[in-house]
Design a protein around this ligand. Structure first.
Ligand code: ATP
Ligand code: MG
Length: 364
């Protein structure tokens, strides 16, 4: 992988996150963190709340959590709401989460604001860009296809509004089409009722497939000896026709981007090997590191801005050579790194130009 791609000196750095304020967010009742362009280390023992801080920052960048399946999980236990504020240059971003009511009054479950003015999600996103790298990302190689689809969606939804609307329409249409399939099987609906849903899924599904394909082609251009193979499930009238009997029997749509997957192949002198099956742990980690670096480049290409890098406890996972690769890159970005324990390894410390240390304790 070519390192010069990531130094990206030509790209402006408009988005320094200066401050983040948390209120009733996860384990934090009220807490403020100041950052600068220096590489920031968040240090503290397990459960101190390090990942919670990264989650809050990523929430401002993407509009959602990278680990909660429900937004309410981020609200501090027994609190009615949660507030995350971030200052980026002159702008103040804010997200408020509630459980649907405060003091017995109904409220929105999620509110986005910029400079105290409510915004719709499409207008909110884009003020802050972040690329996150966490140990669980190894599941992109080892885990189930849905983890890889979620990854594609998470990245593309932030960068491509057409993708977001197509995905939302597709998912709703898919649920409806599956219901119709079940009803046809039960004799409660006619086959002609599928036509509308077929068209809706084909129209939106093809855009989803194409957008994912373009992203994967871009990623592959960044790699040297690793390749991502897109295992696409195209959606066309012919394919829906071909699978119709099976779909009716199962009450389930069997083709389309909701069945997509991708895998990592490594090129060897004697052919290619699938890293999920034959890769060593190190090779799998390296593939994920490359994927993340390609993501970084992808975000820059799409936005012409440098994202902030959020690295959750990754140094313990990488060997010396790969740590060096990461360190080279982080010196050129605003980076926030979590690490357990009091100290950072000397070899990391001396390579980083300018660093800031924030210590967290268990009872914040
Ligand atoms: N909604 C919530 N309300 C209150 N506390 C919460 C909530 N969600 C999570 N926590 C607490 O936050 C803590 C975990 O924080 P976090 O995952 O950020 O820790 P960490 O410092 O990253 O730890 P590790 O080093 O193990 O990764 C846990 O103690 C958990 O109980
Ligand atoms: Mg953590």
């Amino acid at each position: 992988m070519a390192e010069e791609l990531f130094t990206a000196r030509f790209v402006k750095n408009k988005m320094i996150l200066k401050l983040i304020q948390l209120e009733n967010f996860r384990s934090f009742k009220k807490r403020e963190f100041k950052f600068s362009f220096k590489t920031c280390f968040l240090l503290g023992p397990n459960t101190a709340g390090k990942t919670n801080v990264l989650e809050a920052i990523y929430l401002l960048a993407s509009g959602k959590s990278f680990r909660a399946s429900q937004d309410t999980e981020m609200i501090k236990y027994e609190s009615e709401f949660s507030r995350v504020k971030g200052k980026i240059e002159k702008d103040e971003l804010e997200i408020i989460l509630t459980r649907g009511e405060i003091n017995g009054k109904r409220t929105n479950k999620k509110l986005y604001k910029i400079n105290n003015t409510p915004k719709r999600l499409p207008d909110f996103l884009g003020s802050l860009r972040a690329v996150l790298f966490k140990p669980e990302d190894i599941n992109l190689v080892l885990g189930s296809p849905s983890i890889r689809r979620d990854y594609l969606n998470l990245i593309l939804e932030q960068l491509d509004w057409q993708y977001r609307t197509c995905l939302s329409a597709y998912n709703k249409g898919l649920r409806q089409r599956n219901k119709v399939l079940s009803k046809i099987r039960e004799g409660e609906a006619k086959e002609s009722q599928l036509t509308f849903w077929n068209q809706l899924l084909i129209k939106n599904g093809q855009i989803i497939n194409q957008t994912r394909e373009i992203m994967i082609i871009f990623y592959n251009k960044q790699f040297k000896d690793t390749e991502i193979i897109y295992d696409k499930s195209p959606i066309t009238l012919q394919r829906l026709e071909k699978y119709k009997q099976a779909e009716l029997a199962l009450g389930m749509t069997l083709v389309g981007p909701h069945r997509d997957d991708f895998k990592f192949l490594k090129h060897k002198a004697n052919g290619r090997k699938d890293l999920s099956l034959y890769g060593s742990r190190g090779e799998q980690r390296l593939a994920v590191l490359y994927l993340k670096l390609a993501e970084l480049k992808f975000v820059i290409q799409k936005t012409n801005q440098k994202p902030i890098l959020l690295l959750d406890d990754i140094f313990s996972e990488l060997d010396k050579k790969n740590r060096k690769l990461v360190i080279k890159i982080i010196n050129d970005y605003q980076t926030i790194i979590t690490n357990t324990g009091e100290e950072i390894d000397k070899d990391i410390k001396k390579e980083i130009k300018d660093s800031l240390f924030i210590k967290l304790n268990i009872d914040n």
